[in-house]
Write a protein that binds this ligand. Structure first.
Ligand code: PMP
Ligand code: GLN
Length: 411
């Protein structure tokens, strides 16, 4: 959050300024840095999916789509939810297409929260949630995710082990009040890479049913899981009827710039979501919807290949960062590694990330940008590994070359 007041901006949005991703990408461009900050692949998705987009353009799929999605995509999303999670949704009344998961999340908050309602979520929190909650006039109540006490140890010869962030079940129970309307859950989680376990999801499900809460789940990294397996909260008993499941094509197919997202939710909730969606974007780019429909049809094998590729990239970056002296939280899923900077004699990830592009020619995101609690998470820096091997190697080489200068920052 920025303390600078922006003229004309409503009080609801004061403090939001520019997103950390845009800020750091600007710095990366300015200093020609290797961008391990904003989470986007530096390679293209499958050529067959691009061909499908071109074919859709040529076939004349160029006018407004149906507001809730082109029928082929709604059908492909419903089929995906059935195959992946055994969840049955009606393509016409229970599936909605948006301009990215970002829009779906904002729509869910606008459509489902009254002004003054509370939204419970785990901290660190993906940045758009906080702004979405503010725009809806609601209030966030956070439950901290607790880092493992020994992140990958200092022993460089030991194998990298994954870091399981946990939460205190009582803290979650305390966060729920009479004003709680929604529980917003991101699994696999950005930025920690946590994949919520069955036991945790069962606990969350119990609380949702007990307190009659709606769950909104952000599952954009559903196919990027390296340890354990992704479970959909909606697939637990009693949850489908109260859950809005959100995902998008960006991460799964390596086309983050296409911004095609979706929700699956029971008809009654979907009806509410669509009222907001039709006045926010109305509809999403028509040819890209056709291409994503064909991509979803390609299925399982491509998801497995991508996860295998990313697991190797995660391990490459993780080992390299540990070699440099960071304490590395190896993620169970997602795109990112959070590294603790304290073993390098540094304290402020925010100050470090502001200087890193200039000093070392590498960009990364301060994890503190994901914390609502003042000062929390400042010892963590988030590095993206959704990059080519050569990009990761060059980033690591630059960090190595400038390690003394980085330490000398003394931030
Ligand atoms: N949720 C999370 C957890 C994310 O990391 C991102 C960033 N990709 C989004 C939502 C936004 O997804 P989209 O690009 O589809 O809007
Ligand atoms: N989700 C991406 C990340 O966490 C950023 C997307 C964006 O820039 N809005 O890096």
């Amino acid at each position: 959050m920025s303390s600078q007041r922006i003229p004309h901006l409503t009080s609801r949005l004061q403090g939001f300024g520019t997103t950390i991703f845009a800020d750091i990408t600007r710095l990366a461009l300015e200093h020609q840095a290797i961008n391990l900050g904003q989470g986007f692949p530096d390679f293209d998705g499958a050529s067959g999916i691009k061909e499908a987009a071109k074919a859709a353009l040529d076939a004349g799929h160029n006018q407004y789509a149906r507001s809730h999605g082109v029928p082929a995509l709604n059908a492909a999303i419903a089929a995906h939810q059935r195959q992946a999670y055994g969840l049955d949704y009606d393509p016409d009344s229970e599936v909605t297409v948006y301009s990215g998961a970002t829009e779906a999340l904002a729509v869910a908050l606008q459509a489902l929260c009254e002004v003054g309602d509370e939204v419970v979520l785990f901290e660190p929190v993906y940045d758009s949630y906080r702004a979405g909650i503010a725009m809806a006039g609601a209030t966030p109540r956070v439950v901290p995710l607790l880092p493992p006490s020994d992140p990958g140890s200092g022993d460089k010869a030991a194998p990298l082990t994954t870091a399981r962030f946990t939460y205190d079940p009582e803290a979650l129970e305390r966060a729920i009040t009479a004003k709680t309307r929604l529980l917003l859950l991101n699994t696999p989680h950005n930025p920690t890479g946590k994949v919520f376990t069955r036991v945790e999801l069962e606990h969350i499900a119990r609380l949702c049913t007990q307190h009659d809460l709606i769950a909104v789940t952000d599952e954009v990294y559903e196919h990027l899981v390296y340890e354990g397996s992704h479970l959909c909260l909606a697939s637990l008993p009693g949850m489908k009827e109260r859950t809005v499941v959100i995902s998008s094509a960006g991460k799964t197919f390596s086309f983050t710039g296409w911004k095609v997202g979706w929700s699956t939710a029971p008809a009654e909730l979907t009806r509410a979501l669509r009222v907001a969606h039709q006045f926010i974007t109305f509809a999403t780019a028509t040819p890209l919807q056709h291409a994503v429909a064909s991509a979803l049809g390609a299925g399982e094998e491509s998801y497995r290949e991508l996860a295998t590729r990313y697991r190797a990239l995660r391990d490459r970056l993780g080992a390299g960062l540990r070699e440099l002296g960071f304490s590395v939280h190896v993620p169970e899923g997602g795109y990112f590694i959070c590294a603790d900077i304290r073993p390098l004699g540094l304290r402020s990830g925010r100050a470090l990330c502001q200087r890193l592009p200039e000093v070392a020619g590498v960009a990364a995101i301060p994890a503190s940008a994901f914390y609502l609690t003042d000062g929390a998470g400042d010892e963590l820096v988030r590095f993206a590994f959704c990059k080519r091997e050569a990009t990761l190697d060059e980033g690591l080489a630059r960090l190595q070359k400038h390690l003394s200068a980085i330490r000398a920052l003394g931030v």
